[in-house]
Design a binder for this molecule. Structure first.
Ligand code: ZN
Length: 322
């Protein structure tokens, strides 16, 4: 073996630049360079500016579920390709690539766990699997989780991170919006709670269906939440849009969200909410139908509408007064 061979072997043993583990993380918000362990210890939240970086479903579940309590369901449900869809690549190829990248078979992980001892159905989106898009399998997994919740008298938590409907499944994907909404309506009729957690990003058909149907809608700070993207809206309405109008803070201010919760406090907040709703969850409660509107309520409604009429009549008079 000559010197050349020795150097060749030495070079082979060195990981390439792509393979080398990066020990430094750059915050996308404040550009600070931090040691990865520091960020990891804070569940991927920047210690300097509190920017919440995206996290995968495994980390999310570890963060929310009591240790060792998560039991996954329907992990082997796999997308089919009903339309034989091909854009730049075939749908089948895209799914295979995502499977290889994430080790998951769809963009949703669903199962049962306890949160501070309270049993709950937990559904978590994986944005790195085809942009967390909502296809037939994802919709089916959500519906099955809701059905398990009804059967076991539990609440449902869905953590969304999605670009919206999966265009490769066309109408089959859009159908999941109504299918999941209908299942959640059944859950509501049973008097069981659904808490929706919106993380960065929650867009398109996901925000236009189950993500915005929570009894309580919680979001992480700074999450992008909306239907169409900013550029599309601007082109359509031809107007300047306010700064950060699709971020959690703006949406909370305008009544779309109930609360913004730091990642470090998400688990205890969800447990508090479940406890708040759990009157009736523990010990298999009786089904309580939604009470019909009582006579007094109807009377009150009539009084309110009469009052409004009076006000508008007064308004008209003022407008027409000389
Ligand atoms: Zn930062």
């Amino acid at each position: 073996m000559n010197f050349g061979d020795i150097f060749k072997n030495f070079r082979k043993q060195q990981p390439s630049r792509d393979e080398a583990p990066s020990h430094w993380v750059k915050c996308p918000s404040c550009n600070s360079l931090m040691y990865y362990k520091e960020v990891e210890n804070l569940s991927q939240v920047c210690p300097k500016c509190k920017f919440h970086m995206r996290i995968g479903p495994d980390k999310r579940i570890a963060l929310l579920a009591d240790a060792g309590s998560f039991q996954e369901y329907d992990a082997d449900l796999v997308p089919v390709d009903p339309l034989g869809f091909v854009d730049k690549k075939s749908y089948k190829k895209r799914v295979a690539e995502s499977e290889k990248k994430t080790g998951k078979r769809s963009s949703v992980v669903s199962g049962e766990c306890t949160i501070e001892g309270i049993p709950v159905q937990l559904v978590v989106f994986d944005f790195s699997f085809m942009g967390g898009s909502l296809g037939s399998v994802e919709g089916e997994k959500i519906v099955r989780a809701v059905h398990r919740a009804i059967e076991k008298r539990q609440g449902v938590i869905i953590v969304s991170a999605s670009g919206g409907a999966r265009m490769q499944e066309s109408t089959f994907s859009l159908l999941q919006m109504s299918k999941t909404s209908a299942a959640l309506k059944r859950l509501a009729k049973e008097g069981l709670p659904y808490i929706s957690v919106l993380t960065d990003p929650t867009m398109g058909g996901v925000s236009a269906s189950f993500a915005m149907l929570g009894d309580v809608i919680v979001a992480e700070p700074g999450a992008l939440i909306g239907f169409a993207g900013q550029r599309v809206i601007k082109q359509t309405i031809g107007a300047e849009l306010p700064e950060g109008f699709q971020r959690s803070e703006f949406l909370l201010k305008h009544g779309f969200l109930d609360m913004i919760v730091q990642r470090s406090e998400m688990k205890s907040t969800l447990a508090d909410l479940l406890r708040y709703f759990s009157i009736g969850i523990d010990g298999a409660p009786e089904h309580k139908p939604v009470p019909r509107r009582r006579k007094e309520d109807k009377l009150q409604m009539r009084q309110v509408s009469e009052h409004m009429n009076d006000l508008s009549a007064k308004d008209d008079n003022q407008t027409h007064a000389p």
